[in-house]
Design a protein around this ligand. Structure first.
Ligand code: ZN
Ligand code: ZN
Length: 273
């Protein structure tokens, strides 16, 4: 009780800086997100989940600056169809050149406050955001996938030199709390995360600023599976922060499939395209 009063007092006296627009604001005293977030959110719209988990870091205007991925979209590559109505189905690209992954889903578009939050996590060292963003990603996982059909969750790896430079792998951090979260929901939702089996064996340039073709070349042959017996005939869910052209997801999925995986699905926090 005393602690709650103290927190309310702190929020009233000391404003926070909105991570998206930089304006000072008074955050509403909030309960720890994980206590409230997972009970019903399998059915909650993503914008509601976003608002709930990001409330402490965003002013009221920026809390609603979030764009969910709404149907219709390609059921495989996830790209949104220009026509705003109709059913989701496989797009022409995926029929002509089938990707190595079964499906890609994302929590939201890479724009507005979600973009600002991912940027702050990756480039401004705001590592505390990984917990909230990881909760958002977990909600997305619950909405799009069935945890009982996934054997391993594998975050996209960084090369050792990049990891040393940044100090952390954001894709790892996004799923770090998933075992604890899923344990709170039910035994059916248990997840198994594998941080080690997929490695980035070759140093690559940052994909930022590269075109589609260059991105593809940049990651070609960059990944490897260290223990093939472990993923043979297994269903894998690959995790990344942002989907841009899909080159990284495709190359990881191709490597995993070539190593014997039964299927690879992908989940990212945001998609740019
Ligand atoms: Zn703001
Ligand atoms: Zn497609």
């Amino acid at each position: 009780m005393f602690r709650r009063t103290l927190r309310a007092f702190k929020y009233a006296v000391f404003p926070s800086k909105c991570l998206a627009c930089g304006r000072l604001f008074h955050p509403a005293p909030h309960r720890p997100a994980e206590k409230t977030v997972f009970k019903h959110e399998r059915h909650d719209p993503m914008e509601t989940v976003f608002l709930r988990v990001m409330m402490p870091y965003l002013c009221s205007a920026c809390q609603t600056d979030f764009s969910p991925i709404e149907p219709p979209f390609c059921i495989q590559c996830g790209r949104k169809f220009k026509a705003g109505s109709g059913d989701s189905h496989q797009c022409g690209n995926c029929i002509q050149v089938p990707p190595s992954f079964r499906s890609i889903r994302s929590a939201g578009l890479y724009s507005g406050s979600l973009k600002a939050a991912i940027h702050a996590l990756k480039y401004k060292n705001k590592v505390h955001l990984a917990r909230s963003l990881g909760q958002l990603l977990f909600s997305s996982f619950m909405q799009y996938y069935d945890s009982r059909t996934i054997d391993y969750i594998i975050p996209v790896p960084l090369h050792a030199s990049r990891l040393k430079q940044r100090g952390f792998n954001q894709a790892h951090m996004l799923v770090d709390h998933w075992p604890a979260i899923s344990a709170k929901i039910s035994r059916d939702a248990a997840v198994c995360i594998d941080y080690k089996n997929l490695i980035r064996k070759r140093k690559t340039l940052s994909q930022t600023g590269l075109g589609r073709k260059k991105r593809k070349q940049n990651v070609k042959g960059a990944f490897a599976v260290t223990d093939k017996t472990k993923i043979r005939k297994k269903q894998v869910l690959l995790i990344d922060d942002v989907y841009t052209t899909g080159s990284t997801a495709e190359e990881c999925a191709r490597t995993l499939m070539a190593s014997g995986a039964a299927g690879v699905s992908v989940l990212t926090l945001a998609r740019a395209d």
